[in-house]
Structures are given as C-alpha cells and as structure tokens.
Design a protein around this ligand. Structure first.
Ligand SMILES: Nc1ncnc2c1ncn2[C@@H]1O[C@H](COP(=O)(O)OP(=O)(O)O)[C@@H](O)[C@H]1O
Ligand SMILES: [Mg+2]
Length: 499
C-alpha cells in the first residue's frame, strides 16, 4: 500500500496525529502508598506524604477511601468501597480528586447511596453534572429573608409552629414518637407544589428504608423526591457522608432557583457514625466522647439551607433534621447543639403518644423562631387566638387532676380545650390543605365546635374538609367571608347528621 501522505482532517486518525505532534517526553512523579491495616471501615496507609484532607485514595483492588486524618508517617482514611481483597499490603494511590455526586433532574424518583450509586433498579444515572459534596454555604449577601410558607399539611405545625421556605426546623423526640412519620407527611404534602424533596436515611434498618420508599411511592411523592440511603449495615464512612450528599443534591436545585425540602433522618445516627470514625482514627474525644468538631460539622451542613436572594434565582432549601432523644432528654450534647443551630424545633413527646394524642407534638416545648414571618396573615391571626385558648386549657387541665371543683366558666373553657385537642389530632398520610386549616380555625374561634360531642369531632372535621374541597375557596378571602362560609357548611353538616 503506498504511503498516503498527510492524514486527512476528517480521518479518525487525525486526533491521534495531532496529539503525537504535541507530545513531549517528561517526568511524572506519583506516590505509591501501602495499606498498613484495615478494619471497622477505616484504613491506615503509609507512603502518601502529599495526601490532602478529603482527597480520594484509590486502592489496587478496587477499594476507595477518603483521607480523614493526617499523621506524621501515615494517613487515616475512611473506606467508601471495600472489596474482599483489601488487606494490609495493598497498594494505594492518590487521585487528587474530592468527592462529588451526580445532581440534576435525573435523580428524581431515584434511590442512591451517598456516592451517587443507584440502589434501585432504575438503570444508570445520567452522569451529566456533578457537584462537590462539601461546598461552602451561600454567603450572607446571596441570601434573603424567609418569607414564604412551607406547608407540611399537619394541623399543629402549619398553624402553631409554622415553617417558612429556607428554614431549618428540628424534629426531636424519643424513638417511636412519630418523627419520621411527620417528615414523610411533609414530603408527601409537597405534591403539586413545585417543591423538590430529598429524603436522607442514615443508619436505618432495611425494613424502615423499604417502608419509607413504598410510602412515598404509593403517595405519588417519588416523582419529585430523591432518596439518599446509607443503611444501618453500610460502612460508617457512607453514613457520615449521607447528609452531605443529600444536601448537595438539594443544593444544586436550589441554585437553579427551585424550592427544595431536605429531610435528614436522623442526625443522631450521623453523629454516632462520625464519633465512631473519629475514635477509630484516634482523634481526641470531647464531650460524651464526640469529637470536638461535631458542632461545626452539623452547623456547616445546616448553614447550607437558606433562601437565596432573587438575584441568585430566589431558590430555597428548607431542612428538617431529625434528632432522637433518650427518655425525653433534650439537654444532652447532640440535641442541644442542634437546637441552637436550627431555627426552631418540633418536640414529639412520648407521653402524649402513649395517651393517643397524635401527632404527639408538645406545643409548649415547640417553637418556630422565624416561620411566623412566612405565615399567611389570615392564618396567623386565627391561630394566635386558638393558641391562647389551648395553652390556657393545658394549664387549667392540670388543676382538674386534683379533682378540685371549678366554676362554670372554667368548666366551659376546659370543654372547649378538650374539643380543640380532638380537633388537633391527625392521622399519618392525611395531609391537609391550608384552606381547610383556615376553615377549622375560623369555625373553632367562632365557637361552632363548642357543642359537638368529643366523639363526633373527628367526623365533623371530615365533613367540613369535604365541604372546603368542593368550595375551592381561597385563603385570601376576608374573615367575614370565611365566617359566612363555615357557618353555612357546618349547619349543613349538622342537619345531615340529624337526618
Ligand atoms: N399521627 C399519627 N397517627 C397515627 N400513627 C402515627 C402517627 N404518627 C406516627 N404514628 C405511628 O407511630 C409509629 C412510630 O412512628 P415513627 O415515625 O416511625 O417514629 P420515629 O421516627 O419517631 O421513631 C409508626 O408506626 C407510625 O405509623
Ligand atoms: Mg424514625
């Protein structure tokens, strides 16, 4: 075959030819480390003197790890992936890379691990855009005030402990008091509201993970939700990274101008994983054996939740971190940290749960420090009146425990309070529209529930709800209009009950 001269520009070889003309011999230095020991989700590696914190280390067997601790002659790394072959003596290399995760709309409806590997059977993810797991939180000047409501669909929360878009509201309580149920309901309530959600499950049992996914799927919430999962059996490194991964997924949408909601279920387990890793890597333990920077870690995570200024797209990231207490002890280290980092807390009480007051929210110990600014003024006014009634009732009720005789007006107040308590009860998976919240608030404040038997409150509320749904009335309506409507609705309900 004759020599064909210079390669034509459209030939497949053109690129290689181009590369060859520019090729220069050079010296490339690379360090080869060796795994010294491995176990409990961490590895000690020697021979990598230029390793940097948070850099990814690749092992010869396919395992990978994250540099977490720099010592004089060796580094401590937390394992991200571990093969069976990883042992002392395995070669290790620096990659110069930091952790990132795929972000974007292809993650909607998907279940991924904190490294972005799909855990469902939905096929590979679109690698499109990646985002670093650990990025700085938005600067103050890029932020705006929390001014729009983020409805959870829960009667008590939306009226008494309102949350705004961009707020960080802690859900705190003992095991089995309904913390996750409340968070899941809040996610489900975002259906049709153009809010993207990220639900991070940290160290939960497989059965809980499956149930959560199923609940979201059945409620049609998966369409706008991503789950980031590091199960109980996952490596501690993955549990430690999970909230940052979830935050990053949420963060990417926020910077696109979207409203997002992220749930961290739960940060108690997260703190424990971090403690475990830190102790294994011989970092000095602090209070309750947690490393000293656990506060910084959680503060940095939650500082990334905010509402962005219009100039930056006006997106928002609302965060619902969950903390599990032991026997109601909110004064221990991690709970006090989180209470001071967040903009308020929803306290779920074990006794209330046991007495069947569900959701078991203790109104007296729950606050929302900034959500009130975001609450609709109509709701705010009605809820303020209702709250006063409720708090007075709770105080009065204590007296009645001693069997003391009360005067008639007190008697009436207590009855009104008991009715209110019935009204405030709510099942799971029963999110309520804000218009209905307005309707029952007005009805209650107008005294329209005063003579309803306690056993009939629930039914009455359901009938009222149906009326509101049919009427399609807006929350913007003035109080007089609302008053007229609820009067009409409830008299209709009362007659239908009689017949
Ligand atoms: N408002 C509610 N009405 C009825 N059952 C509830 C309610 N809230 C929670 N539960 C039930 O209580 C149990 C514990 O709730 P869960 O959210 O798992 O608690 P936690 O996350 O605090 O451990 C679940 O079986 C849940 O269905
Ligand atoms: Mg839970």
């Amino acid at each position: 075959m004759p020599d064909s001269g210079p390669i034509a520009a459209d030939s497949p070889l053109a690129a290689q030819a181009e590369w060859l003309t520019r090729y220069r011999f050079g010296l490339r230095l690379s360090e080869q480390g060796t795994v010294v020991s491995v176990g409990d989700g961490i590895a000690w590696i020697s021979g990598l003197p230029s390793a940097r914190m948070d850099e990814i280390v690749q092992m010869d067997d396919g395992s990978s790890a994250l540099v977490f601790h720099l010592a004089r002659n060796r580094i401590g790394a937390i394992l991200l992936r571990q093969t069976e072959q990883l042992t002392a003596g395995t070669a290790a290399f620096l990659t110069g890379k930091r952790l990132s995760i795929a972000v974007g709309d292809s993650l909607l409806g998907r279940v991924v691990d904190p490294l972005g590997t799909p855990l469902d059977d939905g096929g590979p993810l679109d690698p499109g855009v990646r985002r670093l797991l650990d990025v700085r939180s938005p600067p103050i000047i890029a932020r705006d005030f929390v001014a729009q409501p983020m409805y959870t669909g829960c009667k008590i929360v939306d009226t008494l402990i309102p949350i705004g878009k961009g707020q960080r509201q802690l859900i705190i309580g003992d095991n089995g008091t309904g913390k996750s149920a409340l968070a899941v309901d809040a996610v489900i309530n975002q259906r049709g509201k153009n809010v993207y959600c990220v639900y991070v499950l940290i160290g939960q049992k497989r059965s809980t993970v499956v149930n959560t996914i199923e609940t979201l799927r059945r409620s049609g919430a998966l369409a706008y939700t991503t789950l980031v999962v590091a199960e109980a059996t996952a490596m501690p490194g993955l549990k430690y990274l999970a909230p940052f991964a979830g935050c990053t997924v949420s963060d990417a949408w926020t910077w696109q101008g979207r409203d997002t909601l992220v749930v961290y279920d739960d940060l108690t387990t997260h703190a424990r994983s971090y403690r475990e890793l830190s102790l294994l890597l011989r970092r000095p333990p602090g209070r309750e054996a947690y490393p000293g920077d656990i506060f910084y870690l959680h503060a940095r995570l939650l500082e990334r939740s905010t509402r962005l200024a219009a100039k930056h797209g006006g997106g928002s990231m609302t965060a619902l971190p969950i903390i599990e207490t032991e026997q109601g002890e909110i004064a221990s280290y991690i709970p006090t940290n989180l209470i001071s980092i967040t903009d308020g807390q929803i306290y779920l009480d074990h006794d209330l749960f046991a007495r069947g007051f569900l959701p078991a929210i203790d109104v007296t110990r729950s606050v929302s420090r900034i959500g009130g600014n975001a609450q609709h003024p109509n709701i705010k006014k009605e809820a303020g009146r209702m709250k006063l009634d409720y708090l007075q009732f709770l105080e009065l009720e204590v007296f009645t425990r001693f069997g003391s005789r009360l005067e008639a007006s007190m008697e009436a107040r207590i009855r009104r309070g008991q009715v209110l308590r019935e009204i405030l009860k709510q099942d799971t998976l029963a999110s309520l529209a804000i218009e209905f919240q307005m309707a029952w608030l007005v009805a209650y404040n107008e005294g329209l529930f005063d003579n309803v038997e306690l056993g009939r409150v629930k039914q009455r509320m359901m009938l009222l709800q149906r009326q509101v749904e049919h009427a399609r009335v807006s929350i913007e309506e003035g109080r007089d209009q609302w008053k007229k409507l609820v009067h009409a609705w409830l008299s209709e309900v009362a007659t239908s009950e009689v017949s």
